[in-house]
Write a protein of this length. Structure first.
Length: 554
């Protein structure tokens, strides 16, 4: 869908490059046209059936009462439909679907998925440890590391004591071993420092990105405040000049000019710029959040490898120290024995540090699991509170719609007994059903009347109940369906027109009929010309009046 963020007059002459293209499907880096339209209407997004989100198509199924959906009281028929989707659409349009509740439910689903992944990973790790008959107590491994490190230190001290007793010249081969050990130690230090530097740089980048995200969120908040302030100050009417206190000449109530400077106000340019800025900021926010998550994962992976790198460097340091020492041939047997024990301890320490790294992963997963469980508990409390408030709001809106429908049905011609004495009108978006005093079966003509008047009641309720998200746009087709008699069809049109005349807010109702009620056949209600067999909705030019390859349509 192509969208131009500006007034219609400017859009008519604007080049294609000034229009923005929005896809049907949403993506991490691109908003769909449904998201853009909801953002322009200052309406939140809502989760639908499964992992899908509600779209403008689902909303239009309620706003458009078409001819083929005669026996579908609320929704226009759709090939892919479910009770859960209908229920969510109804709750959203009625305003009972709380944005905070939606966010909490969505966040809980995300946390629950993360919790399941953490628990599955822990379960697989413990299963492997159990099969290998390894102890799963990390404290035992820390104790074993402490004992092995202490014994390794004792061996180093004993080796130094032996070498201090007697000093001999180094062998040429030993000098070569010293150079190799030095090179390996330098390489290990460089690798460790490289990882530490990468972790430090990544952490600094993450902190910068978080500050940038906070700045974007603050700009979004200020943008909303600016829009609200602009809307508030635009409605202020001044009777006296604030500078000289002279009376200001009054102007027509229909005038859109400023009461002070008489310049036109309320032009869509400011609103268009705000919408464009909000769209750009939201895209930047999504991209920055994805980058922070990726960098945080890389830092965590690097940190898990640090213990093994440090242990390897300490092993190479000990090896280098041993290579730089010299001893007499008289002490070779004693030193060889010490080296054998030291080598065995080095291998044991390597295994212990690898296990320690595994237990660091286990501890991290356990802490993550506990945090997620605590978050779910907090969200459950929030969801329970918001759900209770939602039910109260739902009963209030349902009562308003029921009373409006009952009142409108009583204005119908006396053709249906239930309509004349209608007291309780119940409706269910989930079941796509409307009942009058418990009855849901009516004649086809009465079904037409009920369907249109219920949709009109939705519009009526949206003009007084500010929590509703019904866009105040209604399209009614098939006024003469169901074999309805002409006087009753006229009466239905008059009820719709009279109800619309009572609204005090902006709205739009499009009603298509082939038989206009005489009382409504005027320019006030009728738009365009009449259609007939001779002049249909689309006029085709005569073949001899067209030059070129084919006929054109008007």
């Amino acid at each position: 869908m192509y969208i131009f963020w500006g007034p219609l007059a400017t859009a008519r002459v604007a080049p294609v490059s000034d229009w923005e293209v929005y896809p049907f499907r949403r993506s991490p880096n691109k908003l769909s046209f449904t998201q853009s339209l909801l953002m322009a209407l200052a309406l939140p997004e809502a989760q639908g059936d499964g992992a899908s989100n509600l779209t403008m198509h689902q909303f239009l199924r309620v706003m458009y009462a078409d001819q083929p959906s005669l026996h579908s009281p609320i929704f226009r028929r759709d090939s892919f439909d479910s009770a859960l989707t209908r229920s969510t659409v109804g709750d959203y349009l009625l305003g009972v679907y709380d944005d905070k509740l939606y966010s909490a439910q969505l966040q809980r689903r995300e946390i629950e998925r993360s919790l399941s992944a953490a628990e599955a990973e822990l379960k697989s790790i413990f299963a492997v440890l159990a099969k290998s008959k390894q102890d799963v107590n990390p404290e035992l491994y820390w104790q074993q590391i402490y004992i092995a490190e202490a014994r390794r230190g004792e061996l180093e001290a004993e080796l130094s004591r032996l070498k201090e007793q007697r000093s001999v010249e180094k062998d040429k081969s030993r000098g070569n071993d010293e150079a190799i050990s030095r090179a390996e130690l330098d390489a290990a230090k460089r690798q460790l420092n490289k990882v530490l530097d990468e972790v430090a740089r990544s952490e600094a980048d993450i902190e910068d990105s978080k500050q940038f995200i906070n700045e974007i969120q603050e700009r979004l908040r200020r943008l909303e405040q600016s829009e609200a302030t602009r809307g508030y100050l635009g409605r202020v009417a001044l009777n006296f000049c604030p500078c000289c206190l002279s009376p200001i000449a009054s102007q027509s109530p229909d005038s859109s000019a400023c009461t002070l400077c008489k310049e036109p106000v309320g032009t869509p340019n400011g609103e268009s710029q705000i919408l464009r800025m909000r769209n750009e900021l939201l895209i930047q926010l999504r991209e920055s959040s994805s980058l922070v998550q990726a960098k945080a994962t890389a830092v965590e992976s690097a940190r898990l490898g640090l213990p093994a790198l440090k242990q390897n460097m300490r092993r190479l340091e000990r090896r280098y120290i041993e290579a730089t020492q010299s001893w007499s041939s008289d002490f070779e047997d004693a030193i060889a024995k010490i080296n054998r024990e030291a080598g065995a301890l080095d291998q044991e320490l390597k295994t212990l540090y690898e296990n320690q790294r595994l237990f660091s992963v286990i501890r991290s997963l356990q802490e993550r699991r506990d945090e997620l469980q605590h978050s779910i508990h907090q969200l459950d409390t929030t969801i329970e509170t918001l759900t209770h408030a939602q039910e109260i709001r739902k009963r209030k809106v349902a009562l308003e719609i029921s009373q409006a429908t009952s009142r409108l049905l009583k204005l119908d011609l006396y053709r249906q007994e239930e309509f004349k004495s209608a007291e309780v009108v119940r409706f269910s978006f989930e079941e796509n059903q409307v009942s009058v005093d418990g009855s849901t079966r009516f004649s086809e003509s009465s079904t037409v009347v009920l369907r249109h008047l219920f949709h009109l009641a939705l519009l009526t309720a949206s003009t007084t109940v500010h929590e509703m998200r019904f866009p105040r746009l209604l399209m009614l087709d098939g006024i003469e369906d169901g074999g309805i008699e002409l006087p009753r069809a006229y009466r239905l049109q008059e009820i719709i027109a009279a109800e619309c005349d009572s609204y005090e807010v902006d709205f739009q109702v499009i009603m298509a009929t082939s038989q206009i009620a005489p009382s409504l056949d005027s320019d006030r209600y009728v738009v365009g010309r009449r259609y007939s067999e001779d002049r249909r909705a689309i006029d085709l030019l005569a073949a001899n009046a067209v030059t070129g390859a084919g006929a054109q349509s008007q």
